[in-house]
Unconditional design. Structure first.
Length: 317
């Protein structure tokens, strides 16, 4: 039995009163209960030794550890940062991971001025669109719903490439026409599969591809296109990489990036994509989870609030 009243932060830890968490059905399969690997928000109750960027009573958001969805819990402080004032607790929890992924992708190739984003209607792509504001951006759309969402994000018809029913060579030619025959300087592979190949074929000589996708072994890979002969660099991005390291000195990557993102949100250089509110855990979440996951394309990331911690509910198994 664990008495939540007895939790004390150790070195590099923070004691949190969780307020909201991002949730995915895959979390249930992995652990039998929701976990907050994707993002959390809450209030700092106490900090351990060598925690200098957080203080007691501060509202925070975070990413990077499978924190059980308990209303009171311990978390590595290196995965946390002060929450943006511009975001609600629910938005902060839902967007921590997508925002980190978008910034990680952007930082790899931020100097490029001609961009293709596949999956731009999803949260990561929508945030990338904002980071590349003022740049020549092309995006892909695979459905009327995706097309509508892109228009809502301020993307013009001229920027949208509808790939449903079109061959790759047709899409490649459309991109060449829109880029003076050169192709884009960088392509973001946020979808994989067929659109990964479009990224490979659409990048100009000396360009770059940034990919969040890990293809199964039996799927086409980068070797299907002569990237090396065109001096194209490939940048895989795996968001949990620092969290999986055994060296805690690398974990501060997340708090630093979250602090930078907070500045961007608070200066209104980033605006939050819409999110889906699951309600309050645990009572009314379970029956809605799978249905919301099926419709996540137009709802956005899934997030839920947690019941507040009270002393009458101290013991858990």
């Amino acid at each position: 039995m664990i008495d939540l009243n007895d939790l004390q932060p150790g070195q590099g830890q923070a004691l949190l009163a969780l307020q909201a968490a991002a949730v995915e059905p895959t979390d249930l399969l992995l652990s039998g209960r929701p976990t907050a690997f994707h993002g959390v928000s809450g209030k700092v109750l106490a900090t351990g030794r060598q925690v200098h960027h957080l203080r007691e009573g501060q509202e925070v958001w975070g990413y990077g550890a499978r924190i059980p969805l308990q209303s009171r819990c311990l978390a590595p402080a290196a995965f946390l940062a002060p929450r943006p004032l511009a975001l609600t607790d629910l938005e902060a929890a839902a967007l921590a991971a997508p925002a980190l992924a978008a910034l990680e992708c952007f930082n790899r190739v931020s100097h490029r001025k001609s961009v293709l984003i596949t999956g731009a209607a999803d949260p990561i792509g929508a945030l990338l669109l904002q980071l590349y504001r003022g740049t020549r951006v092309l995006v892909t759309s695979g459905s009327p719903r995706s097309h509508q969402r892109l228009r809502e994000l301020g993307v013009s018809e001229e920027q949208i490439l509808d790939y449903h029913g079109h061959r790759l060579d047709e899409l490649e030619e459309a991109i060449r026409q829109k880029t003076g025959g050169l192709g884009v300087e960088v392509a973001f592979d946020l979808v994989g599969h067929r659109l990964r190949q479009l990224c490979c074929r659409s990048v100009r000589v000396g360009g770059a591809i940034v990919s969040l996708q890990q293809e199964p072994n039996d799927q086409p890979d980068w070797r299907d296109t002569p990237l090396g002969s065109r001096s194209i660099s490939v940048h895989p991005v795996f968001l949990p990489a620092h969290a999986l390291s055994c060296d805690p000195r690398l974990w501060s990557h997340y708090s630093q990036q979250l602090q930078e993102l907070a500045r961007l949100f608070d200066r209104q250089l980033l605006t939050p994509p819409r999110i889906a509110d699951l309600g309050t855990l645990p009572q009314d979440c379970w029956s809605r989870l799978q249905d919301l996951w099926v419709h996540r394309v137009h709802l956005g990331p899934l997030a839920a609030r947690l019941e507040p911690w009270v002393e009458s509910e101290l013991e858990i198994l």
